[in-house]
Design a protein around this ligand. Structure first.
Ligand code: HEM
Length: 127
């Protein structure tokens, strides 16, 4: 069975000398590759300890780029309790990174919109 990489392990490999990235639920050791990355090292380093899937996909990496991944594979990322928003939650009830990101961006819209709504309510219906 393929190795399962825990969140602790992912976080433990988040420096340029020792770097894992998480893409599509798989963890890759990019330590040796990072200096050859055509997009530079900082963009990959910025994804250390996080789910890099979206960053990786947003770039629209070529098939050649994707072919570089399998030899770097460490194992599959643990699904349960992975990358929780809060460590106080029981294992298994944790939301995934994409949930966290989603919630973050929803809040980004929700809070200003609520304030705007409150302002107009006050402006037009208030005393
Ligand atoms: C281990 C994972 C990765 C591999 C194997 C990889 C590989 C490559 C390759 C081969 C290219 C050249 C263009 C292409 O063939 O698509 C490239 C370009 C690029 N990559 Fe990655 N990449 C990885 C992760 C990332 C991540 C996490 C980011 C984060 C944003 C990123 C950002 C970029 C950017 C911005 C370019 C464009 C560079 C340019 O055209 O000037 N890459 N990558």
């Amino acid at each position: 069975m393929a190795k399962v990489v825990t969140y602790e392990e992912l976080k433990a490999h988040s420096t340029k000398d020792n770097l894992y990235v998480l893409i599509h639920g798989e963890v890759y050791d990019v330590t040796k590759f990072i200096d050859e990355h055509p997009g530079g090292d900082d963009v990959i380093l910025a994804e250390a300890g996080k789910d890099a899937t979206q960053a990786f996909e947003d770039v629209g990496h070529s098939d050649e780029a994707r072919d570089l991944l399998p030899p770097l594979l460490v194992g599959s990322f643990e699904k349960e309790g992975a990358l929780k928003i809060s460590d106080t939650k029981a294992p298994g009830s944790g939301a995934s990174v994409s949930d966290a990101v989603e919630q973050g961006s929803n809040l980004m819209y929700f809070i200003p919109l609520t304030l705007l709504g409150a302002y107009f309510a006050w402006r037009f219906y208030g005393a």
